[in-house]
Write a protein of this length. Structure first.
Lengths: 447, 315
């Protein structure tokens, strides 16, 4: 063998060789996941590629462990060197921003939902890969499709990798004790249940502090469940509406049933409070249950814990969204194909399904074929987390995903609107007006 | 060969040596590293920050020049105005607290006490611990459900029937942050003032005692004036550190409840980085500069510029 042949093989053949022999995704497809036969996207990996990936740090152990295993498999199969750095949840936005601005840094970012939309002109087009994955695995759910495609087009900016959904986490025995078999979907009955729980000294708790995930989760749930939205499809500010006022009035009543201190709750606060049995009902990701289930000393609480959708859904219009792990490749990468190959590899069922399964529903799948995954048959209690990709709302609903919608979220405008009414600092009308002022300002500045 | 014809042979210096003998060149070469460092790490970032504050730059995008628009906008923004007000209050109260307690501590440490050096080392601990760690410790102390203070007062002593809500309401949250900041700032003040105290000659105190001066008079007439120069420096630094504080507030309250505890620094970060409005964030940061310059000049001139510092009498 002379070296020209070998180099040629690297140059032209790696991608094909990967698909054809080493990985052979179709041949080894994971049991139970329906797979369509779709030709691989044409993205031969560059010779001698080394890529750097950043992604959010784990909340559950298996998330990182399985990711690393899959990555090791990829390195072994392709010879492409990959390094993944785990970044704190709140730092990832800053790191992505720096990478986008300086044109250096990680090649692949598995980051937060909105980021690819903010840096749309700095990321590679993902349409081919997204369509391949969509066709192969039963289509994308509505939420990942919303976050993958450029608003109002069919161009994919990113590959959604997981949907970190929420659900109502509740103690069955206490909910039953006040006469409900499960938390009701009707908002007035839900309020009644919370009042009764408070009377038996088992209060509920929803974060109202400046918490990126949970605070915004509380606020958007309250807003959307009352039919409110911050802007319309064209980006016109619509927050100061009778529906918002209704939501604020409801929040003020509901707040009276909360455990004290929720105005300063940050993201970990409700987890701590639920695990230490201080609250009976709280909205959260699967992380609380994961902790309970894996620690024998919490077996009793895990046994008594149930999950369900948040109240206020009209049909399938659930008043929720999910945190989308959205993978993009920066144009500044020297190895665009190797980067895309890495994402494809991680998304194929052989790798994706173990990740999904071992994370106990922490990241729900964006591709609908994985509804059939063993992840969702093992423990019936995590079933509500399966449907995160079917949520119809997104941060910035109903407007485009933009720097402005992200800024409203990052500046806690909606959280603070509700918090100011709940704490008695503002009337619903004042709070809605203030939110309108802030949202208008943010959208005007970002325009 | 006789001595009268001997001519000292000196190899003429080569070009390089001549170059280094040339004073202006030598000065330039010697200054270059220092100037280079200053330009790269001080002037450029500061200049960039000031430039950004006059643009509408967003993260990951290029902005255009908007003149004073950011500043005019901020003048109408109640959240910014509140953060300015709170930055001043926070700095004032925390600095007074740090100085009162730090000076007291320094005076105590200056006396002859057993295990003096061990105690001095321990005193420095709050300052050695990374701010973020101490902030997280305080976050737990102030937690609405798991506060050690609530636990002791409510569950152990039974003095109250409700847990304290340290961070849920504006004023309790503000005081909580001030306490955390004072706790962290005391060692710096105490140790530097202690160093100042030890430069005061004991003979002055002996002379005063012979004249029958009371402890208060000794403090008032000897300690205070002789400590003033170092006090001015420490005060300057302390004000600057407090005014630009970020970590404690960001880790404990993230500017909440609502926006009651946003300092200018945390608000600048909040707007600039997570919310992506780099220009506006820079404008908030730049708005801190005049206050900082003023604070520096004030403490320097008002407290420090005494004649005796230059060696003459303080008449």
């Amino acid at each position: 063998m002379d070296r020209f042949t070998r180099r040629d093989a690297f140059k032209m053949g790696t991608g094909v060789a990967l698909g054809a022999t080493a990985l052979a995704p179709d041949a080894m497809a994971q049991a139970g996941i329906p797979v369509a036969n779709v030709p691989l996207p044409n993205q031969p990996a560059e010779a001698g590629a080394t890529i750097r990936v950043i992604r959010p740090s784990k909340f559950v152990e298996a998330d990182e462990a399985v990711w690393n295993e899959n990555q090791a498999k990829f390195i072994k199969a392709t010879g492409i060197q990959v390094r993944t750095d785990y970044v704190g949840w709140e730092d990832i936005r800053a790191q992505v921003a720096v990478a986008a601005r300086t044109g250096a840094g990680p090649d692949v970012v598995a980051g937060w939902a909105a980021d690819p939309h903010l840096y749309a002109d700095k990321t590679l087009d993902m349409t081919e890969l997204a369509e391949y994955l969509g066709k192969k695995y039963g289509g994308w759910g509505p939420l990942p499709e919303r976050f993958g495609k450029k608003f109002g087009t069919n161009q994919w900016l990113s590959i959604p990798m997981g949907c970190g959904g929420g659900a109502l986490v509740w103690r069955k025995s206490w909910v039953n004790e006040v006469g409900y078999s499960s938390p009701p979907n009707e908002l007035d009955r839900f309020l009644d249940m919370c009042r009764k729980l408070q009377k038996i000294n088992r209060p509920v708790g929803f974060a109202l502090g400046n918490a990126v995930g949970d605070g915004n989760g509380t606020a958007t749930w309250l807003l959307w469940s009352h039919g409110g939205f911050q802007v319309d499809e064209a980006g016109k500010v619509t927050i100061n509406s009778p529906r918002t006022i209704e939501a604020l009035k409801y929040a003020a009543e509901l707040y009276k049933t909360f455990i004290p201190g929720t105005l300063s709750w940050l993201d970990p606060s409700n987890n701590k409070a639920y695990i230490s049995e201080e609250v009976s009902v709280t909205p959260n990701g699967v992380s609380v249950y994961f902790v309970l289930k894996n620690d024998p000393k919490y077996a009793k609480i895990a046994e008594d814990t149930q999950h369900s959708r948040l109240p206020g859904a009209v049909g399938t219009r659930y008043p929720e969204t999910a945190n989308v792990l959205n993978a993009m490749v920066f144009k500044h990468t020297k190895f665009p194909n190797a980067s895309k190959e890495f994402i494809r590899f991680m998304m194929e069922a052989e790798q994706y399904d173990p990740w999904l399964t071992k994370c106990l529903g922490y990241w729900a799948h964006p591709l609908l074929a994985f509804d059939k995954s063993a992840a969702w048959t093992g423990d019936a209690k995590v079933l509500p987390f399966r449907d995160a990709q079917k949520m119809p709302h997104w941060i910035g609903f109903k407007g485009p995903i933009s720097a402005a919608s992200g800024a409203v979220d990052a500046e806690y405008v909606l959280v603070q609107m509700f918090a100011s009414v709940c704490s008695g600092q503002a009337t619903p009308q004042e709070a809605a007006k203030e939110a309108e002022r802030r949202i208008t300002r943010i959208y005007r500045r970002a325009a | 060969m006789d001595a009268s014809t001997w001519v000292a042979k000196r190899t003429p210096p080569n070009a390089l040596a001549r170059l280094f003998d040339y004073k202006p060149f030598l000065i330039a070469v010697c200054l270059f590293p220092a100037l280079g460092l200053l330009l790269a790490f001080l002037t450029y970032p500061l200049g960039l920050g000031i430039y950004l504050s006059f643009t509408d730059t967003q993260i990951g995008g290029n902005g255009k020049w908007v003149g004073l628009e950011n500043f005019i906008d901020l003048m109408e923004d109640p959240i910014f105005l509140q953060s300015v007000w709170w930055t001043f209050v926070y700095t004032a109260i925390a600095t007074i607290g740090k100085f009162a307690l730090g000076l007291w501590l320094a005076l105590l440490l200056n006396d002859n006490i057993p295990f003096k050096s061990a105690i001095r080392a321990i005193i420095l601990l709050p300052y050695i611990v990374p701010t973020v760690l101490s902030a997280i410790a305080f976050w737990w102390i102030y937690d609405p459900q798991f506060s050690i203070i609530s636990y002791v007062v409510v569950d152990q002593l039974g003095l109250r029937d409700k847990y304290y809500d340290f961070l849920g309401e504006p004023w309790p949250a503000r005081w909580s942050l001030i306490v955390a900041n004072i706790w962290r700032g005391i060692p710096f003040v105490a140790i530097t003032l202690l160093a100042g105290l030890q430069t005061i000659s004991p003979s002055l105190y002996e002379a005063a005692m012979l004249d029958g001066a009371s402890p208060w008079q000794r403090f008032r007439r000897i300690t205070a004036p002789l400590l003033m120069p170092i006090l001015a420096i420490v005060m300057t630094f302390s004000v600057l550190f407090t005014f630009t504080d970020f970590q404690l507030v960001y880790a404990i309250t993230r500017g909440g409840p609502i926006n009651a505890t946003h300092l200018m620094a945390t608000l600048a970060f909040q707007r600039g980085i997570p919310a992506g409005q780099l220009g506006e964030g820079a404008a908030i940061a730049v708005a801190m500069i005049p206050f900082l310059v003023f604070a520096t000049l004030f403490s320097y001139y008002a407290l420090g510029n005494r004649k005796w510092q230059q060696g003459s009498d303080n008449d």
